[in-house]
Each structure stands twice: as C-alpha cells, then as structure tokens.
Design a protein around this ligand. Structure first.
Ligand code: MG
Ligand code: FE
Length: 169
C-alpha cells in the first residue's frame, strides 16, 4: 500500500522524466527542421514552456523531498518512441514527427490531469497549482499540432512531388 502523498511523489518523478524527454525530442525536431518555419517556431516556443515546466516540477519534488533521479521504466519506453521519431531518417519525418508530437502532448495532458487529481487527494495545493499552470500549455500545444496537421501535410506533399525540393524536414 501507499499513501496519496507517496503516489503523488512517484508520479511527479515520472513527470520529471517525461519533461526531460520532451526537451530532448522538441530540440531534436527543431534542429532538423528547415522548410517548415511555422512548425519550427511553435516547437521553439514549446521548448521554452517545457523548461519552465521542468522548473515547476523540480520545485515540487524538492519541496516534497524526493530526488528526481529515478526514471521509471514505463515512461522511458513510451518516450523512446517520440525520440526515435525526433532524429529520424524517414522520408516523411516532418509528418511523422508532428504526429508523434501530438501523441506526446496527449500523454502529457493525461499525466497532468492525473497529477492534479492526486495533488487534490493529497491536499497538496502547491503541486496542484503547478500542474494547473502546466496543463493548459500542453493542451494548447496538442491543439496547435492537430489544427496544423492538414497544412503541414499539404506542404509536405507539395514539396514531395517537386524534384527540386527537399520535403522531409
Ligand atoms: Mg511538458
Ligand atoms: Fe508539452
């Protein structure tokens, strides 16, 4: 058995690992993108948000006395998918990368939704407030990607059929 506080601490560690992975994946995607400036700019904006999220989560972990060093196996495996897509050799990497980004943001949305409920149950108002600050950023990023997937796809297809142009990034 475990108390709500213990489960909350575990899940905060998961969130810490997830945000480390988010930073790696977003930076790798941004560094490779050349022909999709709007997508690159939105990713760069989310890198900045992600760094702020890391600080909020680290602050919660420090306050609760938990180290951030334990990276849970499940989170690591899930996030490896995103990372694989991030530095990709695929000919359609911009499209696959945007799809993976959408999946990743939704994992983050689920994670912070769980954390908010757990923080409420544990009576931890500060963790609740931190996660309530982060959640809208993840929702906004997920929505932006979904809203722009048609445009990204159309741009990719147009570049793809032109022998003079590189399409994949
Ligand atoms: Mg995040
Ligand atoms: Fe995110």
């Amino acid at each position: 058995m475990a108390t709500p506080q213990e489960n909350l601490l575990d899940w905060l560690r998961d969130a810490h690992a997830m945000e480390q992975q988010a930073e790696k994946m977003l930076k790798a995607q941004s560094a490779r993108l050349e022909h999709y400036p709007k997508l690159k700019a939105r990713i760069d904006q989310h890198v900045e948000e992600t760094l702020g999220q890391q600080q909020l989560i680290d602050g919660c972990l420090e306050r609760l006395g938990g180290s951030a060093s334990t990276i849970k196996d499940m989170t690591g495996k899930l996030m490896a998918f995103g990372q694989a897509v991030g530095g990709s050799l695929m000919s359609d990497e911009v499209v696959k990368g945007a799809m993976a980004g959408y999946v990743f943001e939704n994992v983050e949305i689920a994670t912070y939704t769980v954390l908010i409920a757990a923080a409420k149950a544990a009576g931890d108002k500060q963790t609740q407030a931190a996660c309530e600050k982060i959640l809208p950023q993840e929702k906004a990023m997920a929505k932006w990607i979904l809203d722009h997937l048609p445009e990204i796809t159309e741009a990719f297809l147009a570049r793809s059929e032109d022998p003079e142009l590189e399409a994949k990034k």
